[in-house]
Ligand binder design. Structure first.
Ligand SMILES: Cc1cc2nc3c(=O)[nH]c(=O)nc-3n(C[C@H](O)[C@H](O)[C@H](O)COP(=O)(O)OP(=O)(O)OC[C@H]3O[C@@H](n4cnc5c(N)ncnc54)[C@H](O)[C@@H]3O)c2cc1C
Length: 256
């Protein structure tokens, strides 16, 4: 059984007209990230949040608004950037999900106590549904980075790649067979899933403010981050940039 997440795959790379044209999906590695919704009129939402201080509101951006956004970013007046909110559907391995979960703006929001949390996510429940036989797909195993203790060499391939792939595939097969056998003999889903490795493909939805999205992109589209999450961060940037091009450029430092 294949679990391809919840996305309408026909949406892949297909942009429609109007507001809908921004709601696109980008395939990353063997998963995807899809912008499923957003709140706010892009850069104009940022501008209007800032201009309310003067009792002003604009319908169309002009050059003075670009100057304003750059000023806000440069001087770290961040609250106007929180009025844009994005909701993503993300289908990726549990390894990458665990890194995503660290982005929480200092709130223990998984407990539900912190309602002001700027990032919110929910994920598919292995207690409600049986997981499909879908795991992170590897074609080449990279070498350990010689100086970055966490990292790998992005363009490298280990010498014994076929052997490593065979070990990996056999391990996944054994894990999934064990999962199926446990379910078959009556073990509950919430315990049977304990045998699944962190390469299993998870699906989650994440809502984040523009500020939180930029924080994620800055930290994860970075040479120190794991290669797989870098691709996700780049795709997130690609989805958000057409909606808030001036803010993205100002916050990520391309115009400062
Ligand atoms: C390359 C890399 C390697 C990593 N390695 C590890 C690792 O080995 N182990 C591990 O556990 N994590 C690791 N992380 C995760 C990292 O420690 C952060 O938890 C993660 O990047 C989220 O960043 P953040 O704290 O900015 O995000 P958020 O929690 O979303 O916070 C956003 C921003 O809010 C502010 N903020 C958040 N909390 C507070 C607070 N309590 N007080 C004041 N201001 C606050 C800060 O300005 C922060 O940047 C790694 C991250 C990267 C990018």
């Amino acid at each position: 059984m294949e679990n391809k997440g919840l996305s309408d795959s026909s949406n892949s790379s297909t942009c429609r007209s109007g507001r809908e044209k921004f709601l696109c999906r980008i395939d990353v590695d063997d998963g995807y990230i899809q912008l499923v919704d957003f709140m706010g009129k892009g850069d104009l939402a940022v501008v209007n949040a800032a201009r309310v201080s003067f009792g002003k509101r604009k319908e169309v951006m002009d050059d003075s608004d670009i100057v304003l956004i750059n000023y806000l970013a440069k001087h770290k007046h961040m609250s106007p950037f929180r009025h844009m909110q994005f909701t993503f559907l993300i289908h990726t391995s549990e390894v990458v999900c665990r890194q995503l979960y660290k982005h929480q703006v200092g709130c223990g929001f998984t407990s539900g106590e912190f309602r002001e949390a700027a990032t919110v996510w929910n994920e598919i429940s292995g207690r409600y549904v049986e997981f499909g036989n879908e795991f992170h797909h590897v074609t080449k195993f990279r070498k350990q980075h010689p100086s970055n203790k966490q990292g790998s060499l992005p363009d490298s391939v280990i010498e014994d790649n076929p052997e490593a792939l065979a070990i990996y595939q056999n391990s996944l097969k054994a894990s999934y067979e064990a999962y199926e056998k446990l379910l078959k003999i009556g073990v509950c889903r919430e315990q049977a899933r304990l045998v699944l490795p962190v390469s299993f493909m998870n699906t989650l939805t994440m809502t984040a403010s523009l500020e939180a999205v930029v924080n994620f992109i800055r930290l994860r589209d970075h040479e120190g981050a794991q290669w797989e999450i870098r691709k996700l961060a780049r795709a997130m940037k690609e989805l958000v940039t057409p909606i808030c091009p001036v803010s993205l450029a100002a916050l990520i430092g391309e115009q400062n």
